[in-house]
Ligand binder design. Structure first.
Ligand SMILES: [Zn+2]
Length: 206
């Protein structure tokens, strides 16, 4: 805990005073433009890779960046999506998977799940990834099979996201766009799913 306490001390002494006005504006309301749905993995730091900060991204995270199917019983992810779309009126919903995802590794190789009854049940939500596997990419080297499944999971969860009633309604009204991303930890690069071409392409050039 020491490291976190030191970190917070530093924030109070160095960061907060410089950004006091920004926090003052944010203290009583938020108006984020983006809903960001990603994995709980510690290596994904959205504000770091996207250049965003307080008030920008409304975030929900879980193992495997899952959006449970619309008919599923209530869960934190879909409740968060509904609030973001209906109340905060975000303009974009981004579903972001990532390389070396532990949840997808477990889905691929089911060993070790007997001690994890909750995680094991949760992983049923990623089964659809298997039917949306993406072509193997030689650049992914020995991890190509896993990466193809992870990208497939982005496609599968994107379909679930679109099927959420609040999302479907907002898209029909033309006030919400949805996006599927794949973040590669090794290179730092993000790919986006091109829904017309049915393939992943770089989010930015260069
Ligand atoms: Zn993950």
């Amino acid at each position: 805990m020491q490291r976190l306490m030191e970190g917070h001390k530093k924030f109070l002494a160095e960061v907060f005073p410089r950004r006091r006005d920004e926090f003052h504006l944010l203290a009583e309301s938020q108006a984020p433009e983006w809903l960001f749905i990603t994995c709980s993995d510690s290596r994904i730091v959205p504000d770091l890779i996207l250049g965003t900060g307080p008030g920008d991204l409304f975030i929900t995270r879980n193992a495997g960046n899952v959006v449970p199917v619309a008919g599923n019983d209530v869960d934190g992810c879909t409740a968060t999506i509904e609030y973001a779309v209906e109340v905060l009126r975000v303009k974009h919903a981004i579903l972001c998977g990532h390389s070396d995802c532990g949840a997808m590794k477990a889905a691929l190789d089911r060993r070790g799940l007997e001690k994890l009854p909750k995680a094991s049940r949760w992983l049923q939500h990623v089964e659809a990834a298997f039917s949306h596997r993406q072509p193997l990419n030689p650049e992914d080297g020995p991890h190509a099979e896993l990466a193809s499944l992870i990208r497939g999971n982005v496609v599968a969860q994107l379909l679930n996201l679109r099927a959420q009633p609040s999302v479907a309604r907002a898209m029909m009204e033309g006030r919400l766009a949805v996006h599927g991303w794949y973040y590669e930890i090794l290179s730092g690069r993000i790919e986006r799913y091109d829904e017309d071409a049915h393939r992943f392409v770089p989010l930015v050039e260069g």
